[in-house]
Design a protein around this ligand. Structure first.
Ligand code: SF4
Ligand code: ZN
Length: 266
């Protein structure tokens, strides 16, 4: 996933997985003089939730002496996630959950900041559980495009995309949490107020129940995708990126997803 001289932008939300990742990468980076780390935190603008996480993320970066770049949806897109949710509720737009907006805008924000700080890779704290849930969700939605794009290391599909890697993708969430407890890492305890609306919760519940009865289910789901990867590659989905006519960021259509969502709310 990494080269010895990578400039790694680590996405740090303040949750246990991203802080576990930051601590482990910081340890590894010290042994590689040509590599460097910058923590990136995106404040989505969720009242009563993000404040604690921002404080915890900053304290950890200070402790580990890692530069910390903080940005927000408000700064980059002109509105907070709370604004997005309020606007959608007013318009009675129910087809997309807050998490759907949050995910699209956060991915864009991370990529923009990674370029600003000169990162050659973006490392995220996605665990085995996250990966298995995403795969199951894409299967249940019949979304072959997203299933194909789900990878531990993303393709270098466009020069403006910074490659994303998921070093914890084969680590069960429980083990990441255990590491955080053993190392006494302070992490965010308050759950996101929008989390209960997520489709992901259903996928998580199904997988946890299956894992409880049939140990190894989550690994099987993730490994299955790797096994069918050669067949998916023949579909050549999503390899033709151009630039969004609105913002100039990489896009598979004329308008990129963030612009499409933001326009919808105007
Ligand atoms: Fe965003 Fe959903 Fe995560 Fe809350 S639970 S931070 S809305 S993706
Ligand atoms: Zn755009």
């Amino acid at each position: 996933m990494f080269s010895h001289d990578d400039k790694i932008g680590v996405a740090v939300s303040g949750g246990k997985d991203s802080l576990t990742l930051l601590q482990i990468l910081s340890k590894m980076e010290k042994l590689r003089p040509k590599a460097s780390l910058t923590a990136i935190t995106v404040d989505e603008g969720i009242k009563g939730y993000r404040e604690e996480a921002m404080r915890i993320a900053s304290a950890k970066c200070e402790e580990l002496a890692i530069p910390h770049y903080v940005t927000s949806f408000k700064e980059l897109f002109g509105l907070t996630l709370d604004d997005v949710v309020a606007k959608n509720r007013k318009k009675d737009h129910k087809e997309l959950t807050p998490c759907a907006y949050c995910g699209v805008l956060r991915r864009r924000a991370l990529n923009m900041v990674a370029r600003i700080v000169g990162a050659t890779k973006i490392a995220t704290g996605h665990t085995l559980d996250d990966e298995a849930q995403t795969i199951l969700m894409n299967v249940l939605r019949g979304d072959v495009v997203r299933l194909t794009k789900e990878k531990p290391v993303t393709d270098e599909a466009h020069t403006k995309f910074v490659q994303k890697v998921k070093p914890l993708c084969e680590i069960p969430e429980r083990e990441s949490a255990l590491y955080a407890y053993v190392k006494k890492i302070d992490f965010q305890g308050v759950p996101c107020p929008y989390a209960s609306e997520a489709y992901r919760n259903t996928a998580r519940a199904i997988l946890n129940e299956m894992e409880e009865k049939y140990t190894g289910t989550k690994f099987t789901v993730v490994k299955l995708l790797e096994r069918i990867r050669p067949a998916l590659r023949t579909l050549e989905i999503g390899s033709n990126y151009k630039e969004c006519k609105e913002c100039g960021e990489p896009s598979s259509g004329d308008l990129c997803k963030p612009c499409e969502l933001l326009k919808k709310m105007e």
